[in-house]
Design a protein around this ligand. Sequence first.
Ligand code: NAI
Length: 343
Amino acid sequence: MKIAFFDAKPYDLPAFEKYGAEQGMEFAFYDTKLNINTVALAAGCDAVCVFVNDVLDAPVIDRLYEQGVKLIALRCAGYNNVDLGHAFGRLHVVHVPAYSPYAVAEHAMALLLTSIRRIHKAYNRTKDFNFSLSGLTGFDLHGKTVGVVGTGRIGRVFIDICRGFGMNVIAYDKFPAENSGIEYVSLGELFERSDIISLHCPLTEETHHLIDQEAIERLKKGVVIINTSRGALIDAEALLEGIKSRKVGAACLDVYEEESDVFFRDFSGHIMSDDVLARLISMPNVIVTSHQAFLTEEALDNIAETTVKNIASYFNDGVCDNELCYRCGRIETCKKERRERCF
Ligand code: NAI
């Protein structure tokens, strides 16, 4: 089995080499992303292994298919970058549904605490031997209301963490979990009641710009918004306006709508051409990490192990538990029930 591995980073290699060798897989690691200009690199491969910012639109899928590639193995949970409808009947798509919900949920809490206790400011000050406390006043999380959008694997872990802090948790999910003890409310009510909002739902047509100008108008003044899910859940320009008008108290962003052009690369010493991102980063109450929430040792190991298993089971056994099933159009629920191939 030969697999073209796109957007490869040094931290990806050890675990993939270890698990791949056990299955006799040969990885060709490319640091470039997969897109129409780089798709030729996959010629002669059985599968491509891709990450969150690789582009798998219709033209790329057609080229992969023409080149004889059979499988798209996402080494992530989200799959908004794959045109699943176009892949159906051409290429099978597998993903890693869960590798460490703790990694992402804990990062969301780390961002929240950093932001509201001004740790990022304090760190810089004490490095400069400035021990002044002016401007570092935070607020208690205890007793605050957090609104969680999406109560799947990550959202639930985040809820547990918040409960440990003595916060009141309300949630919105299109498919509420039964008997979960979670207080579900409408999205509108969540917007109106939450002191903190954390997004843990997938990016779909429905959730695109879930937080837009209209939503921001409904939020509590001073609300803290956390997004560790996908950038386009938030209209970044509307968020910037919300921050400038003081409606939004703080934003903690691990993802950004236009991140594929900048994240995972070093632009220090360059001129940042994305004005919205540059302006957001310049705000004292905005913290940006570059899609880092998944990045723990445990998660990297689990990602590699599951991805290699997905590829091996597809080619060796003809089945895959983690195929994204497009056939019945119920991707959110169907993938949990199936074991045979989607087509
Ligand atoms: P999951 O599939 O376990 O949970 C997603 C939840 O969202 C489900 O309960 C589902 O019912 C709900 N949902 C679906 N459509 C919805 C809608 N229209 N409105 C509200 N809720 C909706 O997924 P998991 O593992 O919890 O991951 C959540 C998201 O986190 C992923 O979609 C991915 O985009 C993101 N993620 C980010 C990472 C990072 O490094 N920043 C790493 C891993 C995932």
